[in-house]
Design a protein around this ligand. Structure first.
Ligand code: BGC
Length: 778
């Protein structure tokens, strides 16, 4: 064989042939690796490896086996440069991968942890960080590298189908809970992707819908949570959203992905699209949306062509590539971590069981009916959902778990018995109902959609008489399922006729016999409560507590744990009372499917818009500023004990204020309390500012009866600023602000006036709406 002579002359053109000179990621600098990459390799790296079917890293280039079956995506490997393919997998309530693999007897179940809304209802950043740790451990041990979570879009309207994945109507709760989650997951050496950046507040037509929002509402409400999460937790990646925002796809918007995110907030990580999000690959590269997932050929071709014809500067592409390589360098796959495929699912079941109890919210408890006293042994367990408990929502936020503990099983495990065993009757009935409700067609998407809940079974008066005679108490579960791809309808928000009939019939019969009735809400989002809440003796909003849900509810009902969750959103009296309802579809609309669009552009006529006319008046900011009655206010939740606040004082610090107070458990059982700190600006009405805004919150440790603790809350002066559109600045007018210490947004226990000096910080003049918005003002 003829030897190639390695001279300096030929070396420049024949580096590869002259020995191991090709720079390897990790050994060589990133600059050297990028310099060695061909344009084609760069274009491959910035798009994923494609996606056949609905889930899965189905197209790992050159691999004979999928890396982690059921993961949402992978990055493009370039072996000659030592760049491995890394695995991206959903999602917020736990890792979503396929539980079974062909020709393999092992199972790959993951723990279904509580939904995001429940985690936020704990108001406990330490707890959420611990849940994140457990989730991240499953990511690591199942061989994934980046978890596509947390999801922190604002609960703009109760009907958003993905609210269950999201945290709150308030950006401080959303941002701080997300940051805690990110810190927990990333402590395992795996990454997160905070999503969906930004204004993905509805599923209706999500890929073709323009969210029209003022710069002020963006800055103060919709971006604020992301800003907090970026600054407090440094997520490895950010996922841009599907929708347009003020006329531009968020993934194609440099103001969002670069000016705000990187220049203003100092973000150093990588941005990826949501799956098939956006349209113009070159615009996405330029915007700073570094990676396109899952990647389609058309994007590759467009990027290569644009560099060749000079419309995309290769240095822009190099920046995108650099951020991806920096991410890959941190991954366990790059580091060669030998994952076990055997995370400790038993230990994690305990984590989910305990964390779920901490986020359940006791809405009513007349005459202390809960916890159930020792005299309660036999329970009349009603409502289909009691037997078919909902662990979480559907779509990419679902988790393939090994089991779900129903309320029936949870109560059994806690030693309760049932005067009349309704298990078989209900199970048969649910089967029939599910058959009746089975969606038509075999569309793969169907599996991802929430299935209609069964109509409640009617209970004959003979059976009800028997139930009353043989039981000490009645429990009724009301269930709601929601998920990605579809918003909820107004009908889903309201109780159905069969549900109302069941509550009426049961309460009438049990109350006539001097017995109590408890309603458990196994729901993923807000429902109507005002019209029926006076009927039962207690209402526990259990949310969707993950796979151990039934055990967690039993822990609360039995008094093993005192409820300590509080609402991270308002429960309105009526759906129409919510300010955004004027601009939110109520019929439960689907997302469009933008897939074809990339090849045909046929669906362009689906373009639509949503005017965010309520502006900054989202949730309690609206209800409290406009003095509207609510069913349950933001920040509200009962306990089995009661707490007294005292000695609240405020102290100025170098860059803000510290509020301290004593919280005393003044009741008879142990419990934890959430303390909320709001700020009320001077002349709020005149200045068109909310009546009050949450600035900080804290949850106490468990306090024994009679025990006190001191809590500390902090507000930076800069956090008192509102965004002034005229000058594009964050402005704090001088004056007297009131710090309000509350047990909820409508239960203020102390008012602390503080004098604040004026300040103003210039921001970029970006996010201009392309059409005038008629916004709500005070
Ligand atoms: C969802 C994302 C998810 C992605 C990958 C999309 O449909 O909007 O939240 O991470 O799919 O599964």
């Amino acid at each position: 064989m003829k030897k190639i002579l390695c001279t300096t002359a030929v070396a420049a053109t024949m580096l590869v042939a002259c020995g191991p000179k090709v720079p390897q990621l990790g050994d060589a600098s990133i600059d050297e690796v990028i310099a060695a990459m061909t344009l084609e390799e760069k274009a491959h790296l910035v798009i994923g490896t494609g996606m056949a079917g609905f889930s899965g890293d189905s197209a790992v280039v050159g691999a004979t086996k999928k890396l982690v079956p059921g993961a949402a995506g992978t990055t493009y490997p370039i072996e000659r440069l030592g760049i491995p393919s890394v695995v991206l997998a959903d999602g917020p309530a736990g890792l979503r991968i396929d539980p079974k693999r062909e020709g393999d007897n092992q199972t790959y179940y993951c723990t279904h942890f509580p939904i995001g809304t429940l985690l936020a209802s704990t108001w406990d950043q330490e707890l959420v960080e611990n849940v994140g740790k457990a989730i991240g451990n499953e990511v690591l041990e199942y061989g994934a590298d980046v978890l596509l979570a947390p999801a922190l879009n604002i609960h703009r309207n109760p009907l958003c189908g993905r609210n269950f994945e999201y945290y709150s109507e308030d950006p401080v709760v959303s941002g701080k809970i997300a940051a805690a989650y990110v810190r927990g997951v990333q402590s395992n050496g795996v990454g997160t992707s905070i999503k969906h950046f930004a204004t993905n507040n509805q599923e209706s037509n999500r890929m073709m819908n323009d969210a029209r929002v003022t710069p002020r509402a963006l800055r103060e409400i919709y971006l604020k949570g992301f800003e907090i999460a970026v600054k407090e937790s440094e997520p490895w990646t950010v996922m841009s959203s599907y929708n347009y925002m003020n006329g531009v796809y968020t993934s194609e918007n440099p103001e969002l992905q670069t000016t705000a995110l990187r220049t203003e907030w100092g973000y150093k990580g990588m941005v990826m699209t949501d799956w098939f999000g956006g349209k113009d690959a070159v615009a996405q590269m330029k915007a700073g949306n570094d990676m396109l997932q899952p990647g389609v050929d058309k994007q590759y071709t467009a990027i290569v062509a644009a560099v060749k014809d000079g419309s995309l500067d290769e240095t822009v592409l190099d920046t995108n590539v650099r951020r991806i390589l920096e991410m890959i360098l941190k991954t366990p796959r790059f580091k060669g971590y030998e994952y076990s495929n055997k995370p400790d699912l038993k230990a994690h079941a305990k984590v989910t069981r305990q964390s779920a109890t901490e986020g359940m919210v006791l809405l009513e408890n007349r005459n202390g009916v809960l916890p159930m006293t020792a005299s309660v042994k036999n329970i009349a367990l009603l409502g289909c959902t009691s037997y078919d408990f909902i662990a979480g929502g559907t779509g990419s936020g679902n988790v393939n778990r090994a089991y779900t503990v129903s309320l029936l099983d949870g109560l059994k495990n806690a030693g309760y018995t049932f005067g009349v065993d309704l298990k078989k009757t209900y199970e048969e009935y649910i089967k029939q109902e599910n058959e009746r409700n089975k969606p038509k067609g075999d569309d793969k998407l169907t599996a991802f959609l929430p299935t209609p809940r069964p109509t409640e079974m009617s209970v004959s008066s003979e059976l009800m008489t028997q139930l009353v005679a043989k039981n000490d108490i009645a429990l009724i579960t009301i269930g709601r399922n929601s998920g990605e791809f579809i918003d909820r309808s107004l009908a889903d928000f309201s109780l159905s006729a069969s549900e109302l009939a069941l509550i009426r019939q049961t309460t009438a019969a049990f109350h006539a016999a001097g017995k109590k009735v408890v309603v458990v809400l196994n729901i993923g989002g807000v429902i109507e409560t005002a019209s029926w809440k006076q009927l039962p003796d207690a209402i526990l909003c259990a949310w969707q507590g993950g796979q151990e849900g039934g055990n967690s509810v039993a822990d609360i009902l039995s008094g093993k744990v005192s409820p300590s969750g509080k609402l991270p959103m308002t429960f309105p009296v009526a759906w129409a009372d919510v300010a955004s309802s004027k601009n939110f579809p109520s019929e439960g609309r689907m997302s469009d499917f933008g897939f074809d669009r990339r090849n045909t552009d046929k669906k362009e006529n689906l373009w639509d818009y949503t005017n965010y006319e309520e502006d900054i008046y989202v949730g309690y900011r609206y209800f409290d500023s406009f003095h509207k009655p609510v069913s349950y206010p933001f920040g509200y939740g009962l306990s089995y004990t009661r707490f007294e606040y005292s000695d609240a004082v405020v102290k100025p610090e170098a860059d803000g204020f510290t509020v301290t107070l004593s919280v005393k458990n003044a009741g008879t059982v142990a419990g934890k309390e959430v303390v909320e700190l709001y700020a009320a600006a001077p002349d709020a009405q005149k200045a068109n500012k909310p009546e009050k805004e949450l600035k900080d919150f804290v949850k106490t440790r468990e306090l024994k009866a009679g025990e006190s603790t001191k809590v500390t809350l902090k507000v930076k002066s800069a956090d008192l600023a509102s965004f002034d559109e005229k000058t594009s600045s964050w402005v704090v007018p001088a004056g007297t602000y009131n710090f309000l210490v509350g047990a909820s947004s409508r239960d203020i226990r102390a008012t602390l006036p503080v004098t604040v000096a004026a300040s103003s910080v210039k921001a970029n003049n970006i996010f201009k709406p392309q059409t005038a918005l008629k916004t709500l003002t005070r």
